[in-house]
Every structure is written in structure tokens, then in C-alpha cells.
Design a binder for this molecule. Sequence first.
Ligand code: ZN
Ligand code: MN
Length: 262
Amino acid sequence: MNSVLMSSLSWVAYQERLQDGELVLLLPCGALEQHGPHLPLGTDALLSDAIAQAVAAKVNGLVAPTLSYGYKSQPKSGGGQHFPGTTSLDGQSLSQITRDVIREFARHGVKNLVVVDGHYENQWFLTEGIDLAMRELGAANPLRIMRLEYWDFCTEETLHHVFPEGFPGFALEHAAVIETSLMLHYFPQLVHLDVIPDEKSADFPPYDLYPACTHWVPPSGVLSSAKGASAENGALMAEQITASIAKAITYEFSKGHNKPLC
Ligand code: ZN
Ligand code: MN
């Protein structure tokens, strides 16, 4: 079995892997952000990396080192910037580092890149970095990029199984059932089930205020209860999500298929 970690290869071994024109490089993107008292600050980075590694093993891919800092935590999706430990980038910084590493991957000869986002707030700044890189590389460059938020691959069937009483939506899932279950699956030693708060779900108005109203956010930083989390559901979601991502990558990047789905 080939190693899936780019950082563990020599440049010579990396260059050899790139000889396979179908090689897929995956770039996990996370954040350093509070995830309640029961999950580590690095949760988004750890999960995007773990998922990227599992996908890489299925598609003979390679995983680049994770972008471990992300865009600013928002009250309604990550609790906000007022928590100790939450350490965020300006949007422009994230876009530029994304552009810079993509430009380097293109110089190496990478043709298929998957940006695996694990932090809700990153989305448009990663998109901007991808767009800046693509514009700079020009239409003749063979690099093709897929960007995804891993939770979007969760099927209705899986969500129904994990949330028999109804799914609260991905934004409120911060430090809640999905992330806690996935962490129990991939990094059980980093989860502290005994300190999961017993609070009501956050109830936000349909607007934002600046400066942020920190009293909108539960003091624990958990936006909806993680009480229903389990390692079994984590394993189920991990398997289904990584299989679905691998399928999409194979569909889009395999030889002979160069057209987008739409
Ligand atoms: Zn998270
Ligand atoms: Mn996040």
C-alpha cells in the first residue's frame, strides 16, 4: 500500500507518484476553533485530514499537509471569535495561502486536486483562492480542482439514521452530534464525553450584528446538543461519506471523463 501522506515522501518518491497522471492530491482545510468543552480546538483540521486520508486510500491519492487555521468563527456556525483558543485568519490571508499552495502543486505537475473543507466559514475564501490560482495558471494548465465540504456527502438515509428525531441542520451541528461522533470514530482519545453540556440548542435571529452578540451563543460554545453522539454513528458516517467522496472523485477525475456533471 502506498503512503497517503505527501509530507512523509521524499521529493523523488513524490515525483514518482506524480507520474501517474490520475494521481489525486487532497488538501484538507480546517480551523483552530473552540468546539465546546468535550472536543479539541483542532477538530475541523483533524476531521478534514482524517477524511482526506480515508478517501486517499480508496482512490490511490495523496494528502497534502492540512491548512490548520481557517476563516473567522461566526456565532451561528462556530460560536464566534470571543472564545479563548479560537485563532482565525483574515479572509484574504486564507485565500492567498490557498492560491499559493495550489500554484505550487500545479508547478509540481499535479493535475487533480481535491480541497476538503472541514470548517463551515472557510468556503468562500477557499473558493476565492482556487479562483485566483486558476486565473493565474491560465486555461492551458491541466489542473482540475474539486472543492467540497465533507458533510454535504452525508445522505438523507445516513442523516435519518443518526438523527431519528429530525436533523437540526449543518450550521447548528458545530461541536454537536456529527463532529462528536466522527471524533469518537477517528480520535476517541481526544473526546471527553463526561463534559458534554446539557443545554438547549442555540436559537438565533435571522440576522447578524456587529460587534457580535456573544449572549446569543451558549456559554459552552456547543450550538446543539452532542448527547446523541456515538462511535457507531461516527463509523457509519465516516464510511458513507468517504465512499461517496471517493465515488465523486473517480467519476470526475478518471481518464476519459473530463466533463463536469452539469
Ligand atoms: Zn467543527
Ligand atoms: Mn468550524
